[in-house]
Design a protein around this ligand. Structure first.
Ligand SMILES: Cc1cc2nc3c(=O)[nH]c(=O)nc-3n(C[C@H](O)[C@H](O)[C@H](O)COP(=O)(O)OP(=O)(O)OC[C@H]3O[C@@H](n4cnc5c(N)ncnc54)[C@H](O)[C@@H]3O)c2cc1C
Ligand code: FES
Ligand code: FES
Length: 1339
């Protein structure tokens, strides 16, 4: 069929609106997504790239459409990264720039997010703003549930979500407090509770907020309404490689499908889009059926609901809600089960665009809808040019994914979802790595229909997802059970049969095999109980109820509006009001974050003739490079050049230790993901496409070392290995009552900073000077590395950093290597080169936190006293040293956490493996070694019969001690934090309640744990803590402040401006920070190890004091003068109005030979108590409550500091309970995006979350008595880990499983479920490890 016969088609102009501006695109390319279009073409850079696959929400925009039939305008959030521009004909798009700006008026959402301290690095903020904005357009006074579901698809790696939710909560209609007047008090009346006048709980003041006025919003462009009313014509857009056809009638669609059977239908593009982007799939023709009425029907009939295949999941939800509200309960079981599953399916942005038809027809194993639709006897209306027919949906899963139930020419027109019948029970289950916005690990839908008046099975349906390649029907099991009564024998038989039928081989893709087998039967058991309960409700005489203790197995975790509190010390009443130090000042860039005006590296405008770079990485873990064949890549459109190791004019390798860090692999590759060469092209897309065409031939090299066990076997370690010794361990073991031996594996962690690694290198064309704009924590290192690789002195390399979108330790050496790659390319081509890693490459290439195996032998007395510890820490460093030795050292030095260990011997080994090289990550080894310590503390408790908190208390530092390496520690504040945390959390009474709950519930258990923390602060050697600042005062009195610290969300510039404001005695508004640059502050140390504020603050103070000293004579001469008067006068007196400031750093030393030294400066103390509830049948858990008390000295900015504690804590929850890196047995990283790697989301923060800063704490070592605490809070996330442990221990005790046990980190649903051993874990056959190659290995 020609296009003309399909309608009046022809090349078409694409017309849509962005922020009220009409866009006419004459060359719309179907492969172009809205995100790159608005960022690059329209230069609206507020909308961010975070993952490109719909998983992070950084790219959220609002789309508005006019529906001519209903005459309604629909507003909804959507992910711009998955929206093809061609799908936007007639649509109005609103981006963050469109709703408000600091130049005109900021929108209340923007204002409240900023003022409630909801932004740190600010990279996620525009997406958050837009999700909330879209919600408010539909619901100006949203409920709490609406807010959390609107934000479920938005990730933030910095804040821990609490302040974001606080900002959003202010729009809620219902009061944001508990509404309970326990003891006559509201939960929010904390200030009264606290009595002490100097304590505050308010970090922002709602009185300042402007009201939300819906009449101020953009109106929908009338032209688009007129367009929508006009008769439609076929749209055709021809791009470089793909044609987009959007027909207007079903007939035309069927003609097109007959002509182009292979062309996919694109509706939401949430399935096809990721496949094209991440799996390299290409479709020359795509068809968009969204404008065809037949595919958009919503029809309520007397038999049920008929809904068009192109309807979005959000429309489906609305339709189901309506029918559930209006129909009797027994008829709507399937609808209610669907609604329940839709709650957690994807984020709101996905639900708004993803279609029902797309979900069904993709036939993904992970579809949450297909099992329910299949079990619910739904039918599909299929049409092709030749025929139309209805088929049961279950048919399409009859024989797996490749069955021929429908032909490629067929189109799904609509789906009929019938009412449920009387006597029918339907239910569905799912378990995912994260409760919301995560594909299921496994799911199931089940339905049973009994012979009337009996419990005899007449009809049974069981469908599973997440098990095979598509939804699976357990047909034989269901048939075999027909005629059986609903009792335990039937259940036993059902479990046995279903495990046989729905078999999962040991090597099944996705791994978690035994867990998934267990889920298969656990879901079945849940269904069994549900039905029993329903039978009992119907006829209590005939059918006994389930045991009371079992009731909780059927209840979902209850969710409520989080109750949070933040407690800090108010400033001294005598402090001048204009002195901002100690006050909760908003992040200096908060408003810019929220309006999208804050600029990050890739927001820098295009430089003339700039080129884009994409890297080609190794696909082998250890191999010789035989050849690199790039001729095909060079022929690709837009390609400019290929860059390899041969093009490096200076050094291709950097030696910080005996092994090298390498820019381009030369002769051999040492991990999958190592950069071999790079392609530069005229666009990022062309560079990427061409990079895929470079062919590299390898010869395998032996050995391939991936795991810590492999490294131990091959004695593969980086040098030096470290040992820390104190007392006499061997002698101590002779005297102890008991010895505990064991080991624990602590998994690694991906930084998942929201802004991926980015660099723009601009050669200046003179004297080999280049400007480098880079997302790094360490510009001086970038300068050093680029200077070395180009063979150009450092004084020609100008490195600039405005701000970065998170880093957490990941943007130091790795950023240096990536900048070197781009610099070599810029040097070779003479062009500016932009190199922005996409999420997948970033996760693949740049490494993360080190996985650690801790092996320990601990000797202790029966009263719980630790006498000696002998431990070994094996740290998986990956293929190059990076910071692995330092991380190992810190892991050793901090391993004692808060405990006195009289005799200690521990070894640290940095394993050299063929994995991407791991690097610094918030906490730097302490989160791992601290967890090992708390693990054996828990073991001692189990063996000695004491409670874990008693063992902690007994062994906690109590008086001034010389700790392992002779440094003095004064533990008063550790004890104060512990006691205050005990008190604030009401630990003992809650522990009793937990025990009570556990007695009454068999399948759900609660757990509680309290963990103390000593976090030694400092960096060794001491010269790495030197810092400098440069302060200029201009003749108008304005001040330009510069220092060596990097703004990555920790609010350093805000704090530095607070310092300068106090020192110069001028308002913060007079002081501006422009950028961190090697041109203004040379040789600045990295912004790492929590030291940024401490050391740069000292330097800023020094510079300001110098300036003030120079001004003093003028001020004393004219004390009533203004700042501007004095500056003017100073200039006229030729007084230098510019000063540097310097801080030489802390003294620090460590003699590893003698195990002695003073590696740290002071200690940050803290304690956290967490309570959780676990579902013993699925392994799911809920964070109920956390109370944190931290000693951070005198906070310079409590809002920023509390934000750091909460953000780090939630990152710690991720590390210890959720984030799981998966590698293949060949060393290939599977987890390369938010779809596979789950970081905490809104649903994961504790429902009650309190952070208190210990008052009356002083610290003589740091500026204004503050303490650096960017990292410390992360470790406290392990309180959740040990609360889960506590719950698991309760399960095991009840099930009669005696003896100590160890749980590895992270405590994922899989690990929790498998530790809660029961009849179902027993049933799920274990495979002999040697009998198969697993899908993933534990590194
Ligand atoms: C971040 C993210 C999270 C997700 N989470 C979940 C989850 O938790 N649970 C879950 O179940 N799903 C989840 N999904 C999957 C999502 O629900 C599906 O991708 C979506 O429903 C597919 O619809 P679409 O309109 O986007 O499909 P498209 O990508 O537009 O098309 C998908 C396929 O379906 C075919 N197709 C579409 N319509 C028809 C039709 N009418 N007739 C014939 N063929 C048709 C197309 O040819 C194409 O091959 C998630 C997706 C993303 C991106
Ligand atoms: S960039 Fe679009 S969702 Fe992550
Ligand atoms: S502020 Fe949310 S990602 Fe940084």
């Amino acid at each position: 069929m020609s296009l003309c016969t399909a309608g009046q088609a022809g090349p078409t102009e694409l017309i849509f609106y962005v922020n009220g501006r009409k866009i006419i695109e004459k060359n719309a390319d179907p492969e172009q997504m809205l995100l790159s279009y608005i960022r690059k073409r329209l230069r609206l850079t507020g909308t961010k790239y975070g993952c490109g696959g719909g998983g992070c929400g950084a790219c959220t925009v609002m789309i508005s459409t006019y529906e001519p039939v209903s005459k309604k305008i629909r507003h909804c959030s959507a992910n711009a990264c998955l929206l093809p521009i061609c799908s936007l004909h007639g649509v109005a798009v609103t981006t963050v720039e469109g709703i408000g700006s600091s130049k005109t008026r900021i929108h209340p959402v923007q204002e409240r997010l900023a003022k409630c301290h909801g932004s740190q690095c600010g990279f996620c903020t525009p997406g958050m703003v837009m999700s909330m904005y879209a919600l408010l357009r539909n619901h100006p006074e949203p409920s709490w549930e609406q807010i959390t579901s609107a934000l479920a698809g938005n990730l933030c790696r910095c804040t821990g979500y609490r302040p974001i939710l606080d900002g959003c909560k202010t729009f809620c209609k219902e009061p944001s407090c508990c509404q309970s007047k326990e003891n006559g008090k509201c939960c929010l009346d904390q200030e009264d509770k606290l009595k002490e006048e100097e304590i505050s709980t308010k970090l922002f003041s709602p009185d300042e907020f402007q009201p939300l006025d819906p009449t101020q919003e953009f109106i929908f462009p009338p032209e688009l309404m007129t367009m929508a009313e006009k008769p439609k014509r076929t749209l055709v857009f021809q791009g470089e490689r793909t044609m987009w056809i959007s027909p207007t009638s079903l007939k035309e669609l069927l003609e097109l499908k007959a002509t182009y059977p292979k062309a996919p239908l694109i509706v939401g593009n949430t399935s096809v889009g990721p496949e094209m982007k991440f799996k390299g799939m290409h479709h020359p023709i795509v068809i968009s059926p969204t404008r065809i009425l037949d595919l958009n029907v919503v029809r309520y009939t007397d038999k049920g609901l008929t809904i068009g295949a192109a309807c979005s999941l959000a429309v489906l939800k609305d339709a189901l809600t309506k029918i559930v509200t209006e129909s009797p309960g027994e008829k709507t079981q399937i609808f209610r089960v669907l609604l329940h599953q839709l709650k957690t399916l994807g984020g709101q942005q996905i639900k708004n665009v993803a279609s029902l038809g797309g979900n069904i027809m993709s036939r993904k194993s992970t579809s949450d809808l297909n099992p329910i639709l299949a079990v619910g006897n739904c039918t599909l209306s299929l049409a092709s040019r030749e025929r139309t027919r209805w088929i049961p949906l279950s048919d399409i899963f009859a024989n797996g994914i490749d069955n021929n139930t429908f032909s490629p020419e067929e189109v799904l027109v609509s789906v009929h979802i019938p009412y449920s019948r009387k006597g029918e029970f339907v239910s569905a289950f799912r378990q995912a790595q994260r409760r919301e916005n995560a594909l299921p690990i496994a799911n199931a839908a089940m339905r049973v229909f009994f012979v009337e008046g009996t419990d005899i099975i007449m009809d049974f349906g069981i469908f599973y997802g997440g098990i095979g390649s598509t939804t699976i029907y357990a047909k034989q099991t269901c048939e075999a059970l027909r005629g059986r009564p609903w009792n335990e024998e039937m259940l036993d038989e059902a479990c046995r049969l279903v495990l046989k039928e729905v078999s999962l081989p040991g090597s099944a893709p996705g791994g978690k095999v035994e867990y998934r087998r267990t889920l298969i039967v656990s879901f079945l058991f849940k269904f069994y109980l549900e039905v029993l309960q329903s039978l009992n409700w119907k006829d209590p005489h005939q059918y006994p109820n389930i045991p009371e203790k079992y009731g909780s197995a059927l209840q979902d975790f209850q969710t409520q509006m989080p109750q949070t509190e933040q407690i800090y010390q108010k400033v001294n009443p005598e402090q001048l009001p204009r002195d901002p130090v100690g006050r909760p000042v908003m992040h200096q860039a908060g408003i810019k974050h929220a309006t999208g005006e804050a600029l990050y590296c890739d927001d820098i405008r295009a430089v003339d003739e700039e080129l884009f770079l994409a890297v080609v990485t190794s696909s082998r873990a250890h191999a010789k490079i035989v050849s690199i064949e790039a001729s095909e890549a060079l022929r690709e459109p837009g390609v400019y050049d290929i860059v390899t190791a041969q093009d490096v004019p200076g050094k291709n390798e950097f030696f910080f230790y005996s092994d090298a860090e390498i820019i381009f692999a030369k002769d051999k590759v040492i991990c999958v993901g190592q950069i071999v060469c790079a392609v530069v092209a005229d666009s990022a897309v062309h560079a990427k496409q061409a990079a895929a065409k470079v062919k590299i031939e390898y010869d395998a090299l032996e050995p391939v070392i991936l795991t810590i066990e492999d490294a131990i076997k091959h004695n593969s370690f980086f040098e030096p290995q470290r040992k820390l010794e104190k007392g006499n361990v061997d002698a101590a073991f002779e005297t102890v009552d008991q010895i505990l031996e064991g080991e624990i594996h602590v998994g690694g962690q991906e930084h998942f900073y929201m802004e991926t690694q980015s660099v723009l290198v601009v050669p200046k064309g003179e004297d080999k000077e280049i400007d480098i704009y880079v997302s790094t924590q360490h510009p001086a290192l970038i300068q050093e590395m680029v200077s070395s690789c180009l063979g150009v002195p450092a004084n020609r390399i100008m490195c600039h950093v405005k701000r970065i979108g998170g880093a957490f330790g990941g943007k130091i050496g790795k950023a240096g290597l990536l900048a070197s790659v781009a610099a070599v390319a810029a040097n070779k081509t003479g062009h500016a080169v932009r190199f922005i890693l996409d999420r997948g490459d970033d996760m693949l290439i740049t490494g993360g936190r080190h996985p650690v195996v801790g092996k320990y032998k601990v000797g202790f007395m029966n009263d719980g006293r630790i006498v000696g510890v002998d431990a070994k820490y094996y740290v998986n460093g990956g293929c190059t040293p990076d910071d692995s030795i330092l991380v190992t050292e810190v892991a050793l030095l901090k391993m004692d956490n808060a405990y006195k260990i009289p005799n200690l011997r521990c070894y640290g080994y940095a394993c050299k493996t063929n994995l991407p090289s791991n690097t610094a990550f918030r906490g730097f080894g302490f989160p791992q070694s601290g967890l090992v310590t708390e693990c054996w503390i828990t073991g001692i408790a189990a063996k000695s019969g004491l409670s874990p908190e008693k063992v902690r208390e007994i062994n906690m530092y109590k008086e001034t001690e010389r700790i392992s390496y002779i440094q003095e520690l004064h533990p008063e504040n550790l004890i104060n934090c512990w006691k205050e945390c005990m008190e604030k959390s009401a630990y003992y009474s809650r522990k009793t309640s937990v025990e009570e709950f556990n007695k009454q519930n068999y399948w759900k258990k609660k757990g509680i744990a309290i963990i103390p923390m000593t976090f030694p602060f400092g960096i060794n050697p001491g010269f790495l803590s030197q810092a400098a600042a440069l302060v200029h005062i201009y003749t108008d009195g304005s001040v330009l402040l510069t220092h060596g610290g990097i703004e990555m969300g920790q609010g350093i510039h805000t704090k530095m401006i607070q310092v300068a404001s106090r020192e110069l005695k001028i308002p913060m508004s007079n002081i501006h920070f422009c950028e961190t640059s090697t041109t203004t502050v040379p040789n600045a140390c990295a912004s790492v190890a929590s030291i940024g504020t401490d050391v740069n603050g000292m330097a800023v103070k020094d510079a300001c004091q110098t300036l003030l000293k120079r001004l003093e004579p003028i001020i004393s001469k004219n004390p009533k003068g203004t700042w501007t008067d004095w500056i003017k006068e100073a200039f006229e007196q030729s007084i230098n109005l510019s000063s540097t400031g310097y801080f030489r750093g802390y003294n620090a030393d460590m003699d590893w030979e003698k195990s002695q030294g003073h590696p740290f400066t002071y200690f940050v103390f803290g304690a956290a108590c967490s309570e959780v509830e676990i579902d013993c049948l699925t392994g799911d858990h809920k964070n109920i409550r956390t109370d944190i008390v931290m000693d951070i000295g005198c906070s310079i900015n409590p809002a920023v500091d509390i934000g750091q504690i909460e953000g780090a804590f939630v990152q710690g929850i991720g590390l210890y309970t959720m984030e799981e890196l998966k590698y293949s047995p060949e060393g290939v990283l599977y987890t390369r995006g938010p779809d596979q790697y789950k970081i905490p989301a809104v649903c994961d923060i504790p429902e009650q979350f309190s952070v208190s800063l210990l008052s009356s704490s002083q610290n003589p070592y740091a500026i204004y008595s503050s303490k650096g605490m960017g990292e410390a809070g992360l470790f406290l996330g392990c309180s959740v880990f040990f609360a889960i442990w506590d719950a698991v221990a309760a399960v095991r005790k009840e099930r009669g499983l005696s003896g100590t046990f160890t749980l590895n980190s992270p405590l994922t649903p899989e690990r929790i479920r498998m530790a809660c051993a029961d009849q179902f874990t027993e049933l799920s056959a274990k495979d002999e490890p040697v009998s198969f190659i697993p899908w993933a290995i534990s590194i």
